[in-house]
Design a binder for this molecule. Structure first.
Ligand code: GH3
Ligand code: MG
Ligand code: MG
Length: 375
């Protein structure tokens, strides 16, 4: 199958077949056989798991770049005759604009052009490609030496073809380009899916499954970050540990399912009483932690006492007291002279909580009021 393509000038383009063309023809036939198995399938309509051969996108969007008009038009005519769409550019500069705007699948560029040459065009295409669609780049050149071939490939070209162009060979190369383009497209799709999954998993791994508030891992990260900010910039922050009173008795009387529902109601009640900047976490069991940013100990204690009253107002029956389920709260403001690690800060809030429990529960205790505390 020898191709004769009429140039726009009316001159026929004679294509000489080199010895390697036989091998290429075999490849072309094999490629065509595979492609013919599912020609023109709309993307994604084939069960991808069952087919090893990618469904190639036909036709390709091709951009031919050559400063010589006859060569440019001749190539474009040939490319169109293979069933692809083709645009043309007369310079590297013009091509860059088209590439940025149209994202062609394939660029076939002459190497030697005044201004930006083909290798430079390729380099700039790769630099601006970033995470956008992949451009398959074929450099054409009359130079056949090793330095030019390597230079083109180093600039990021996928393929290098000698001028004058063997059009049979070009057709085969475009088929292989179609496969690479399709593989890149799939890879980009898969990468986007993985990125989406990893964002979801990241969020899920930091969320408490029962209540939907931040979990212990998230709490550890946030407390660490807050402590660093306090050390570095002197930011204020208070931490409150909230522990439901006599919750074991609640579970013993009503069962764990009702216990879980009570935990959810308490978490929802707490969350709705927080400022947007403050965050709620489940510390474990029936214990929650609130981080109150840029708040003094007195302010945080005031806010937490209001929250304590709100939980009492939920009127969840507490079998241990015969009244509403309540919460005891210990508050500690970050203190960079005492808190070397997050656990130090949490331990001070925990000590305050212990005092709240021992003083009769359903109350808020702040660290400085703990007997013996020097904060
Ligand atoms: P205190 O006032 O001293 O805090 O008494 P308490 O009964 O709340 O404390 P204790 O630590 O003895 O018991 C905590 C109970 O919380 C034990 C368990 O039944 C319950 N609990 C912990 N985690 C969960 C959970 O995820 N779901 C349910 N339903 N109950 C839980
Ligand atoms: Mg507890
Ligand atoms: Mg408790």
């Amino acid at each position: 199958m020898r191709k004769h393509v009429a140039l726009p000038t009316g001159r026929p383009l004679l294509v000489l077949r080199r010895p390697s063309a036989a091998a290429l023809r075999g490849t072309l036939r094999a490629l065509l056989t595979d492609v013919n198995a599912y020609p023109f399938e709309p993307q994604g309509s084939v069960d991808e798991g069952r087919h090893r051969v990618p469904v190639v996108k036909v036709p390709l969007e091709v951009l031919v770049v050559d400063d010589e008009r006859s060569s440019r038009e001749g190539l474009a005519t040939a490319v169109r005759s293979y069933g692809h769409h083709c645009r043309t550019a007369a310079s590297g500069e013009e091509a860059l604009g088209i590439i940025a705007e149209r994202h062609p699948d394939v660029v076939i560029s002459d190497w030697g052009m005044p201004g930006m040459n083909g290798a430079e065009l390729c380099r700039q295409t790769r630099n601006t490609e970033d995470e956008g669609p992949y451009t398959y780049f074929i450099i054409l050149s009359a130079f056949t030496d090793r330095a030019h071939l390597l230079g083109g490939m180093e600039a990021g070209a996928d393929d290098y073809q000698r001028k004058p162009v063997d059009l049979d060979e070009l057709e085969a190369r475009l088929l292989s380009a179609a496969r690479v383009v399709e593989l890149h497209r799939r890879l980009a799709k898969r990468t986007a899916e993985l990125r989406h999954d990893s964002t979801r998993f990241y969020a899920a791994s930091r969320t408490d499954a029962l209540t939907g508030v931040g979990n212990r891992l998230r709490l550890d990260e946030e407390v660490s970050a807050m402590l660093s900010r306090a050390v570095r910039y002197g930011h204020r922050c208070a931490l409150a540990i909230c522990d439901l009173d006599f919750f074991k008795a609640f579970n013993d009387r009503y069962g764990h399912v009702a216990g879980d529902e009570a935990l959810r109601r308490v978490a929802t009640g707490m969350r709705s009483n927080l400022r947007a900047a403050d965050t709620l976490f489940r510390y474990g069991g029936e214990e929650f932690v609130v981080l109150l940013v840029e708040q003094s100990l007195a302010d945080a204690t005031f806010v937490m006492d209001r929250m304590r009253a709100e939980i009492e107002r939920l009127a969840i029956a507490s079998p241990a007291t015969g009244r509403s389920l309540t919460v005891s709260i210990g508050v500690a403001e970050v203190d960079t002279t005492h808190d070397n690690v997050p656990a130090d800060w949490i331990a001070r809030a925990d000590a305050a909580l212990y005092v709240a429990k021992s003083q009769g529960r359903n109350r808020v205790v702040a660290t400085p009021t703990i007997p013996g505390a020097d904060a």
